[in-house]
Design a protein around this ligand. Sequence first.
Ligand code: CTP
Ligand code: MN
Ligand code: MN
Length: 421
Amino acid sequence: MQLLDISWFTDSMREGRPVAVETRHHIQDISPTLPEGTTPTPVAAVSQYACQRLTTIENNNKVFTDAFEVLAESYEFSENEGACLAFRRAASVLKSLPRAVRHLGAVRVLPCLGEHAKKVMEEVLECGCSFEVVKICSDEKYQTLKLFTSVFGVGTKTAEKWYCKGLRSFREIIAEPCIRLNRMQQSGFLHHGDISRAVSRAEARALGSIIDEAARGITPDAMLTLTGGFRRGKEFGHDVDFLLTTAELGKENGLLINVIDRLRQQGILLYSSDLQPASSSTFDVNELPCRRRTFSVMDRFPKCFLILRLDGSRVEEGGSGLQRGEEEEEEGDGTGRGWRAVRVDLVSPPKDRYAFALLGWTGSRQFLRDMRTFARRERHMLLDNHGLYDKTKEEFLAAQTEKDIFAHLGLDYIEPWHRNA
Ligand code: CTP
Ligand code: MN
Ligand code: MN
């Protein structure tokens, strides 16, 4: 038995028969006013899969999701992947709710909320905070690992290693003679102040026009698309993600490396990760989409992690983080010099894989994670950033657009701004 929105009834009346249940027929607004102690009827109102929920950038349950994020991160540091994902999933469900949860009765019907998560929510509701979360936040190890992993190029493992050596600050790391920073980490430390500051949409747009100009100078049919959080409607991001392709299949070969060369010639390339070896840049159609749930599945398209120099003069009025007046100040953190460093991700898929790459790089991470799980569990298909494979039919399913991919999976199409799971 399912409890549905009245739109299912009116659609059925119009069709003259009971129509198939779609996402929009599900009740998004679960009864948060239910009094404590009453048992609600079990309803299939909220899907366990983020790819069947609508999640805007507006989060009505930030008090809970912030607490869950601390727990998830702390489990990530201790390499407890299961518990980490469980809290990320729980946070994602709460983010999809159209209202703030005001008492525990309201979450009883929600999927993905385990006992631990509910206990945290109960404390937040009763005391305004979770004692477990407060304790983690004041923990020296947690704070140190959070600080170290905030550096571009420093992952959990490296942070842990440095912590175990007794290091607690950037100053100590830099001064430690036995630590050899790689190129990425050196840039990470050098530009840490700048790249820790959020990137605005105006700054993203300015970078887009710079990269677009460079790409069109190489091949006039180059196409650049803004993806990542900005495509989902976020006004700020930790980086800017772009897809670079060409109208004609095959012309994208070598494009990325040439674009990066141009940026270097312009003197705005502060850092660029090594490009893929040429052999791995051609996608092998006979290779199955990766079964792994991690995000390393992307490494077969040419891609590059960059740090670019963005001059304030390139950014539209009012949109720059470099406010007028601040320019005279000697800050030492970038605000006084009229330019800033920005993290940019550039991926260059061939045109026939574009829809898959666009979907994958638009995210969110959780949305895509659930979409892949849904494909595998519910449809016997394998999805990744390169393609979709139907295990029953034993064939790849082609897609020109994101809509085609949703359709292959039998999912209602969800707009990018509803994918903020
Ligand atoms: N992604 C991927 N493979 C990677 C890195 C990222 O497929 N190696 C995808 C993820 O699906 C992610 C998207 O690219 O959702 C964008 O990644 P990221 O920039 O880390 O996250 P955003 O959602 O853009 O968040 P922010 O605005 O903070 O940058
Ligand atoms: Mn991003
Ligand atoms: Mn990114």
